[in-house]
Design a binder for this molecule. Structure first.
Ligand code: CP3
Length: 335
């Protein structure tokens, strides 16, 4: 992931360790539940390694979750089966005042750093280890609403009604993310990624202020501490605002969802540096000739510059593991 243009792009997938794999489900059952799996370094390392063994991906992504940072800051966090995450909410200055300072997160997150250390030891030399955190806006949307929301309404409402608390929360998450990612790099992460999954709902100046700027701040702070560690930024749903994202964020690589075509991204984004994406995750469910032709189209569109093959968003639990192999064979065997 050093920005070279390669004849065959390196490959990994968002959520590559996940419920579409029977071996993941077995290890998760052994851990008891999702959060116990995240905080068990041996089992979290095991599920990180499962897709590497099965598919020989070029990169492994640390198994954890973006919501471990809010928990380390003092929020309650639990997962409701079939529904998703739930957190205690931050909507007032009093709620915010109860959060811990950014430098107090490390005891809680020590098992994650241990997982990174195990992986740095156990991964094959040629497999890159990716650490990650949620970007501040996306993490804030969960901390404010206490759950996932279709339009991030509660976070937009707090931004409009109590800008001081909203800004303080963004700053706290930004500082915690710098501390967290720096520790992941010290423990052995070779690349780090910022997931701004809900960037698309930020309009106009807010997009710059709350998606781009916090990611830029985190990237700059990490570059000062770890100048050789590449950063990937994922402002999902940015649309035409992807143009110029390398310069705006300072990230080495920009992850692209499936809301823009690979041809558009090659012309308007890849000119600034490495890109990663953007196959629709639904092809991992449907497979067949469309999967093959779309995979080829993306490889071709991005072939003139640095590209890492990936999906536009995470692989879903209903995906067929054989379709992942078909995608990989299409890329590695040239078709
Ligand atoms: O990509 C990977 O394989 C690494 C691990 C990883 C997970 N979550 C594991 C996970 C990563 C990088 C994430 C990021 C994450 N988590 C994001 C940003 C990326 C995105 O998908 O937009 C977000 C928004 C979250 C928060 C989160 N975690 C939600 C909303 C959910 C529930 C939805 C779901 O898919 O069930 C989770 C749970 C979660 N995180 C699972 C996994 C494998 C499924 C949990 C299970 O095993 O039941």
């Amino acid at each position: 992931m050093t920005g070279e243009t390669l004849p065959t792009p390196p490959i990994w997938m968002m959520r590559q360790a996940g419920r579409y794999l029977p071996e993941y489900k077995a290890t998760r059952a052994q851990a008891g539940d999702f959060l116990s799996l995240c905080y068990n370094p041996d089992l979290a390392a095991e599920v990180t390694l499962q897709p590497i063994r099965r598919y020989r991906f070029d990169a492994a992504i640390l198994f954890a979750d973006i919501l471990l940072v809010p928990q380390a800051l003092g929020a309650d966090l639990w997962f409701v089966t079939g529904e998703g995450p739930r957190l205690s909410t931050i909507t007032t200055a009093e709620d915010f005042a109860k959060l811990k300072p950014a430098d107090a997160i490390h005891d809680h997150l020590a098992p994650v750093y241990e997982t990174v250390k195990i992986l740095a030891r156990e991964l094959p030399d040629q497999t890159t280890l990716i650490g990650f955190a949620g970007a501040p806006w996306t993490v804030a949307t969960y901390m404010i609403a206490g759950q996932g929301t279709p339009d991030q309404g509660p976070a937009h409402a707090l931004k409009a009604e109590n800008r001081a608390v909203f800004d303080a929360l963004i700053d706290r998450i930004t500082e915690a993310s710098i501390a967290y990612l720096s520790m992941q790099i010290s423990a052995g992460a070779e690349v780090v990624k910022l997931f701004d999954s809900w960037a698309g709902s930020l309009q106009d100046a807010d997009f710059v202020e709350y998606s781009i700027k916090p990611m830029q701040r985190i990237t700059a702070a990490l570059k000062a501490l770890h100048p050789d560690t590449p950063v990937i930024a994922f402002p999902r749903g940015a649309g035409t605002r992807y143009a110029g994202a390398h310069a705006a964020t300072g990230a080495d690589c920009i992850a692209v969802d499936d809301g823009v075509t690979a041809e558009w991204a090659a012309a308007n984004l890849q000119t600034g540096g490495c890109v990663q994406g953007n196959l629709k995750s639904s092809h991992m469910v449907s497979g067949g000739a469309d999967l093959v032709s779309e995979t080829r189209r993306i490889v071709k569109a991005f072939s003139q510059g640095p590209h890492i093959f990936n999906l536009g968003h995470g692989i879903t639990p209903d995906a067929d593991p054989e379709n992942v192999q078909l995608m990989i064979d299409t890329i590695r065997n040239g078709g």
